[in-house]
Design a binder for this molecule. Structure first.
Ligand SMILES: [Zn+2]
Ligand SMILES: [Zn+2]
Length: 301
């Protein structure tokens, strides 16, 4: 018996990194670090974000993005090389949105899926740092506010017409494995911040099929039947904000939006923490004037 106990201790001593990570995760969960930046661990200001990260976050709204889907075209330093006219710079629309108009009204994110936000999303979803729901939910709150403003200025969205926040659902198997739905956790923070109801109107009936190498509308038709809707809870004729953590190609939120519109909603806006970046100038060309070489260039994005 004593020998067995010793053996167990030896195994534990051989895993110091794992133990350290577990202990750190436990401490972070019980006592979230207050003086370190949520994103980089540098000394933070009162809002839990250091001046360096705050500067980066402040720079994202000024970056060139597609007016409809909100994906970023290029980094700030590169965008001058596009040679866009002043008008195009105000509301450029990407190639994908021109080819197949999204079902949602507008999508917007707090920043690109890179650097500090990419790392924070990863730690939040897979690294056990669920307390990051607060700073990420705070960023998402600002995105939702800007979407509502955009709705007022660009569509006929009326005051009080937003019925609530709809999180993108996870399949039951994934939910069991992860233990939480990140979109719902984020939507809950926005709901607390803005007083908008949380509306879990969608459920995921099937796993997402493989999407690689498909165009947006192909990806979306590939997703047909993946999402179900709680029809009896639909606020008919109202609008909602769909909430997700990452906007990659937009096919998931497009399909969710389509299901909600079919169920009787007037319009759907999409808010995510991060979105992807388009790096090809071909995306700015008009599809009516686009030849096959431009078309195939866009395929490589
Ligand atoms: Zn920082
Ligand atoms: Zn677009």
């Amino acid at each position: 018996m004593p020998f067995k106990l010793q053996k167990k201790q030896v195994i534990k001593i051989n895993c110091p990194e794992l133990l350290h990570d577990l202990w750190e995760n436990f401490l972070n969960l019980v006592f979230p670090p207050r003086n370190a930046c949520f994103f980089c661990n540098d000394p933070a200001d009162f809002n839990g974000i250091c001046p360096g990260c705050q500067k980066k976050l402040n720079s994202y709204p000024g970056r060139l993005r597609c007016f409809r889907c909100g994906r970023y075209f290029l980094s700030a330093g590169e965008q001058n090389s596009l040679g866009l006219s002043e008008n195009e710079k105000k509301s450029p629309t990407c190639f994908e949105c021109r080819r197949a108009e999204p079902s949602y009204a507008f999508a917007r994110a707090a920043g690109p899926y890179e650097g500090i936000l990419m790392r924070a999303i990863w730690k939040f979803k897979y690294g056990g740092k669920t307390y990051l729901n607060k700073p990420l939910g705070g960023l998402l709150t600002e995105v939702v506010k800007s979407l509502i403003e955009l709705g007022h200025s660009e569509t006929n969205l009326k005051n009080g017409e937003i019925a609530g926040l709809v999180p993108v659902p996870l399949a039951k198997k994934r939910l069991r494995k992860r233990g939480f739905n990140q979109s719902e956790m984020l939507a809950r923070i926005v709901s607390q911040n803005l007083g908008l109801p949380l509306l879990p109107l969608l459920n995921k009936i099937k796993e997402t099929p493989a999407q690689t190498g498909l165009f947006r509308e192909q990806r979306q038709s590939n997703l047909a039947g993946v999402f179900g809707v709680s029809q009896s809870k639909i606020p008919i004729g109202k609008s909602v904000i769909l909430i997700d953590d990452v906007f990659t190609t937009g096919s998931t939120v497009s399909e969710c939006s389509l299901v909600l519109l079919d169920a009787g909603l007037k319009s759907v806006f999409v808010a995510t923490v991060t979105t992807s970046t388009i790096r090809k100038k071909a995306d700015l060309t008009d599809p009516l004037a686009t030849n096959t070489s431009n078309f195939s260039k866009t395929l490589t994005i």
